[in-house]
Design a protein around this ligand. Structure first.
Ligand SMILES: Cc1cc2nc3c(=O)[nH]c(=O)nc-3n(C[C@H](O)[C@H](O)[C@H](O)COP(=O)(O)OP(=O)(O)OC[C@H]3O[C@@H](n4cnc5c(N)ncnc54)[C@H](O)[C@@H]3O)c2cc1C
Length: 410
């Protein structure tokens, strides 16, 4: 891996701002596709002390796993990844529930729960050995200049990174997006998710639980051993209060809401609260700029699809750019960027709208709404064709997919 970056260095095909999961994935995909890339983040992704970085886990869908396998980043996370074999959706205390069993559509698990930091390390390791990738010394993006031939990021210390294209993968509050003048629509939820790892007495058998409660959804997602990842959403003041409880009180509050199906529960930590807001960029591209991941669309974690949606951006953008460069086109050309936006906007908008609808439908306790929900869950649970579509949707295998999500190289 080349690490240094100095003023005056030659222009690369694409400069990626942000080395989170989306930035690392697009940098690796492009390098694999034959482009020359540079990536920069404000912090050194390898220097974060354990438990102080991103403590979350991610439900990686089947199609996302195929992309990671194709990029050679899955092998290193596979051992610690736990398959999701079945998802059980319940509505508060109602006895009606919905079960999504992976066997309804084949042998493959619906997805895997992976630890974010493990996945980040795997992606970084792959980039480290890549001749087409440069990881710049950490730096904060502070300005952007675009001319007819290139886009240049200037960092807070004056260093400059220039490329035919700048890819904004700098998260929900993306500075590159703001510097490029791209507007966003924001929907505040006034909810926050408490994240923790929970040890439990009984095995989970690969079953993911999603329980809708009036304060917000509570998910327990299978991890290796007798452990599950907790994503417990409540209104922000309630979430802050619960997160500060001692372990015994926290476990008791969780048991009261979740029930006893996994036996005795024990929080293993670390614990953190993530405030939630939907942020949707009105456009995914500007002159020589493309947005990917949360910079383009940050959403509620209820469906566990935020990063999976980001990987769909990655798969399409990498395909459009690799094919364009093979045809001799400039990677920052408006034709390629328009193509990327055209192929991503509908999927992104529908995923955000359906996730937002789910949050609104389930995060209330109004009697008639509850009755309609119960009816809906009961009906869907009895119609196999509906369930198969919902399972394929969660697996990310519906519709026409770009090559990487089908497990094919660029
Ligand atoms: C509680 C919770 C649970 C979730 N669970 C799931 C799940 O199960 N499945 C799923 O698919 N998704 C899930 N998500 C969504 C998922 O975590 C995000 O979509 C994903 O992490 C976004 O990654 P990103 O790389 O786009 O952004 P980020 O992770 O925000 O990375 C952005 C990077 O840019 C850097 N940066 C920012 N500004 C600058 C700057 N000015 N200069 C330089 N660098 C900068 C930051 O340091 C950071 O490293 C969940 C989200 C939450 C909140």
């Amino acid at each position: 891996m080349k690490r240094a970056w100095s003023v005056g260095m030659k222009r690369v095909d694409a400069v990626v701002a942000g080395a989170g999961l989306s930035g690392l994935s697009i940098a690796l995909a492009l390098a694999e596709g034959g482009l020359e890339v540079a990536i920069v983040d404000r912090s050194d992704p390898r220097a974060v002390p354990a438990g102080q970085g991103d403590i979350r886990t991610t439900a990686i869908s089947l199609s996302s796993r195929r992309l990671l396998e194709t990029l050679g980043a899955w092998e290193a996370v596979a051992d610690g990844a736990e398959p999701i074999l079945d998802i059980r959706v319940t509505d508060g205390d109602s006895p009606i529930h919905m079960d999504y069993d992976h066997r309804a559509v084949g042998d493959e698990p619906m997805g895997h729960i992976v630890v974010n930091e493990t996945l980040k390390a795997a992606l970084l390791d792959r980039l480290a050995g890549h001749p087409g990738a440069t990881v710049a010394e950490p730096g904060v993006v502070s300005s952007l200049a675009v001319d007819a031939a290139s886009a240049t990021l200037t960092l807070h210390d004056g260093r400059q990174l220039a490329g035919s294209l700048v890819i904004a993968a700098d998260g929900r509050e993306s500075s590159v997006r703001a510097l490029a003048g791209l507007r966003v629509t924001r929907v505040p939820y006034r909810q926050s998710s408490i994240v923790d790892t929970i040890g439990h007495e009984l095995p989970h058998h690969g079953l993911a639980h999603e329980r809708f409660l009036p304060g917000g959804p509570l998910a327990l997602l299978p991890m290796t051993g007798h452990r599950s990842a907790l994503v417990w959403t409540e209104s922000t003041p309630v979430a802050d209060r619960i997160a500060r409880l001692g372990d015994a009180d926290f476990a008791a509050a969780l048991l009261e809401r979740f029930g006893e199906s996994l036996g005795h529960l024990r929080p293993l930590g670390p614990r953190r609260v993530y405030p939630l807001e939907m942020i949707a960029a009105e456009r995914f591209v500007a002159d020589r700029i493309a947005l990917v991941g949360d910079a383009a669309h940050a959403m509620h974690p209820v469906a566990g699809q935020g990063f999976n949606l980001g990987l769909r951006d990655v798969a399409v953008l990498a395909e459009v750019l690799a094919d364009g460069v093979r045809l001799g086109l400039d990677p920052g050309s408006p034709t390629l960027l328009r193509d990327y936006q055209r192929r991503r906007r509908f999927d992104s908008a529908t995923m955000m709208a359906s996730t937002d609808g789910l949050v609104r439908l389930f995060s209330n306790d109004i009697g008639p709404v509850r009755a309609v929900r119960g009816l809906g869950l009961g009906i869907v649970d009895r119609i196999p064709a509906f369930k198969r579509i919902a399972i394929r949707h969660a697996m990310g295998t519906l519709g026409s997919l770009p090559r990487l999500l089908r497990g094919e190289p660029l």
